[in-house]
Design a protein around this ligand. Structure first.
Ligand code: UD1
Ligand code: MG
Length: 457
């Protein structure tokens, strides 16, 4: 049966005390709603509907790249009413899977189990969990035979019902045709004056349908996010989940509580990662890569046996094998390093290509540069790539030696095997295999005297 996913995301999230709509609050740098959509994509759903309301335009703009159908719920009249807003676009012969935009850690596999529990629309599937402290949640009420009778919201529950620790996570799956009929019958005569989605359970039971309540793997997976405390809890569960995945793949994490994988990470064998490392976007680490403390790597790949020393920021770079990077090196987007390259402390590299064995070990800026094999770039060298309006390239031939403190004013070419004298400002191309320098003559002034402090008058 084709699946239509409906994600409820119209709530305001008052308790966040933030101008950012709740479903846009970030976990691992991505909006809560993005996590839900990404997990929903693991099912082969035919369409995904998002019910939006509060901060609506901002939510739509942020997720504009997502191929989803948007349904506006202008007034937040309850979860049942919210689902109803999406239903006109859901065909009768689909199975509808309802997810919450503020419950971001539910895994695709759990969603699939819930879909299966709806047995092709013959049953109503409800995802439950046992909570140590069920306060605030809807309780699953069973009759003496253990059959599910209804869900009662915390605010509507009596003393006995409040003692139930089996709670509704909010996620459900059912035939779209039936869901549509049930939603039309909802009433709002309850403590909150809302149209509760949870009341479809009674209607399903009355219609003689089976209600299949299946438990989530853990409380963690179905945590809802209502305030910044829960946001941080969810972040730390996510962090732990990702760290565990990588450790099980063989990566050594010195402290999994001080490591954040926020995107997709591919790692070879015997990768070693020290504390406070953040990996974002798509990161690929080769075999035996070692990452020191306090390193941020975004959308980059790092070759076998490369060592990244502490405090580096690496953004959109492709770093070859056997390189030494840092400490304190910064890669701005679009750089590519061949094997055995050394980029040392306080070196910034942007949009540059460094050939095998090239070295820039200290205090240097390489921007829009092509650096040949075995080039040695001396301390304090700067490629002057910008005239205030345009950017130009610097090309340095294989085996060149750039003396310390050189200014290479682009566009400029340094020949293969060339040597540039320290402190030179190079504005014209330098030939292969020769020493080129640009300096004024050194003078010593015999008559010069050091100023002395004037007595205060
Ligand atoms: C809901 C469930 C409760 C369950 C709990 C799990 C109902 C009536 N209750 O309660 O049984 O234990 O979730 O977390 O369903 N939303 C809208 N439009 C609305 C109201 C809500 O889009 O008019 C969205 C919210 O943005 C949120 C979700 O629906 O993503 C849940 O709403 P919320 O108000 O948090 O429901 P709970 O009271 O937590
Ligand atoms: Mg809630």
């Amino acid at each position: 049966m084709p699946i239509s996913v409906v994600i409820l995301a119209a709530g305001q999230g008052k308790r966040m005390k933030s101008d950012l709509p709740k479903v846009l609050q970030p976990v691992a740098g991505r909006p809560l709603l993005q996590h839900v959509i990404d997990s929903a994509r693991e099912l082969s759903a035919s369409d995904i509907h998002v019910v939006y309301g509060h901060g609506g335009e901002r939510v739509r703009e942020t997720l504009a790249a997502e191929n989803v159908t948007w349904a506006l719920q202008a007034e937040q009249l309850g979860t049942g009413h919210a689902v109803q807003q999406a239903m006109p676009a859901v065909p009768d012969d689909h199975l509808v899977l309802i997810l919450f935009g503020d419950v971001p850690l539910v895994q695709g596999a759990t969603m699939q189990r819930l879909v299966d529990a709806a047995t092709n629309g013959e049953a109503l599937g409800v995802l439950s969990v046992r909570m140590q402290d069920p306060t605030g949640y809807g309780r699953i009420v069973r009759d003496r035979a253990g059959t599910v009778a209804r869900i009662v919201e915390h605010k509507d529950a009596n003393q006995k019902e409040r003692a139930i620790d089996e709670v509704n996570t909010g996620l459900m799956a059912a035939s779209a045709k039936r869901m549509r009929e049930w939603l039309a019958q909802l009433r709002n005569d309850n403590a909150q004056g809302e149209y509760y989605l949870t009341d479809v359970v009674v209607l399903a039971a009355k219609a003689g349908l089976k209600v299949n309540v299946i438990p989530a793997d853990s409380e963690d997976e179905v945590l809802g996010v209502n305030d910044k405390v829960q946001l941080a809890e969810v972040e730390s569960i996510y962090r732990k989940r990702r760290a565990t995945e990588l450790m099980l793949q063989g990566v050594t994490l010195v402290d999994p509580a001080r490591f954040d994988a926020r995107g997709s990470v591919t790692a070879g064998r015997d990768v070693h990662i020290d504390v406070n490392v953040v990996l974002e976007g798509k990161v690929t680490l080769g075999n035996r890569v070692r990452i020191g403390p306090n390193v941020v790597i975004r959308d980059s790949e790092i070759g076998d046996d490369t060592v990244v020393f502490p405090n580096c920021v690496i953004d959109h770079a492709s770093i070859g094998p056997n390189c030494n990077i840092g400490p304190f090196a910064r890669f701005r987007p679009s750089s590519s390093l061949a094997q055995g390259v050394h980029v040392g402390n306080f070196v910034e590299v942007k949009n540059s290509i460094l050939g095998a064995g090239a070295k820039a070990n200290h205090l240097t800026y390489l921007g829009d540069a092509t650096v040949g094999e075995r080039v040695n770039v001396g301390a304090g060298t700067i490629t002057c790539n910008y005239d205030g309006v345009n950017k130009f390239r610097t090309e340095i031939g294989a085996g060149a030696f750039i003396g310390s403190g050189a200014m290479l004013v682009a566009p400029v070419k340094i020949g293969a095997g060339a040597t540039i004298g320290a402190g030179s400002t190079i504005t014209k191309d330098a030939p292969d295999d020769k020493l080129t320098l640009e300096r004024s003559k050194q003078v010593t002034l015999d008559s010069w005297k050091r100023p002395v402090k004037q007595p205060k008058g």
